[in-house]
Design a protein around this ligand. Structure first.
Ligand SMILES: [Mg+2]
Length: 249
């Protein structure tokens, strides 16, 4: 049913890029922040400015990860060492926290300006599975999950929320570690073998595979079906509506 193996009692959804169209907003904010930093870094070190690649570097280094991990991962890939700094560093300070704070400010400003768009195919899918008694959870690295779901009017579509703030409180490792998905299943009193994971990020499908979930559904919004499969997706769809259509036939 709904492209799910028998025995699946819960669907665990990533938010940005699966439920809401906010992955685009995040990618733009990462690029703006890193390009500001890289440009200043190139000037101060007398090296060439190589802009952030919003596709390859976004997918490989930051997409789906907690914010600080994304910043660290990208800097490491470029061989740039910065101090960690502190959570209070002003946005744009050349520290891991400072750059991450700048990125968050940009995301919030972009969301305030443009609102939160949702993927209707996903919303229809969620309502359909819930109609059959399947539980649902939102599992996002974002610290802004609650505000985004509230502003999109989607909060009541999920029985459980495990987001960036909850992960920090409970000391859960971020994606690609499976901890946040496993915590959501546990909160629903289910095992990984009874739950399916829906993810658009490479780090996210990796988390699904690492957690040995019943099925990992990769959602390909940007033409990376092959990479999603390689990183752990059992099936790849462009939109969750495809899984409803499949059942109707
Ligand atoms: Mg995502």
């Amino acid at each position: 049913m709904f492209g799910l193996p028998d025995g699946v009692k819960a669907c665990l959804f990533d938010m940005d890029g699966v439920v809401t169209q906010t992955a685009i907003v995040h990618a733009a904010a990462w690029k703006e922040m890193f390009d500001e930093f890289l440009s200043a870094h190139a000037r101060s070190t007398g090296t060439q400015f190589v802009p952030f690649d919003a596709h390859a570097e976004y997918d490989a280094c930051v997409d789906g990860k907690p914010r600080l991990d994304g910043t660290r991962s990208f800097l490491e890939s470029r061989g740039i060492e910065l101090p960690e700094g502190t959570p209070d560093d002003p946005p744009g300070t050349p520290t891991v926290y400072g750059l991450s704070n700048r990125k968050n400010d940009l995301v919030l400003a972009k969301l305030a300006a443009g609102g939160v768009q949702v993927y209707e195919g996903t919303v229809t899918y969620i309502r359909s599975v819930r109609g059959k008694g399947i539980s649902t959870a939102i599992v996002s690295s974002s610290a802004n999950t609650k505000q985004i779901l509230d502003s999109a009017g989607l909060a009541d579509l999920f029985d459980v929320r495990v987001d960036g703030l909850i992960a920090k409180e409970r000391g859960l490792r971020g994606k690609p570690a499976p901890d946040t998905f496993l915590a959501a299943a546990e909160e629903l009193h289910l095992t990984a073998a009874q739950a399916a994971v829906f993810e658009d990020a490479l780090a996210g499908v990796e988390a699904g595979r690492a957690g040995h979930f019943a099925r990992v559904i990769g959602v390909d919004r940007v033409g990376q079906a092959e990479e999603l499969s390689q990183h752990g997706a059992d099936v790849v769809v462009k939109d969750l509506a495809e899984l409803l259509d499949k059942d109707a036939r």
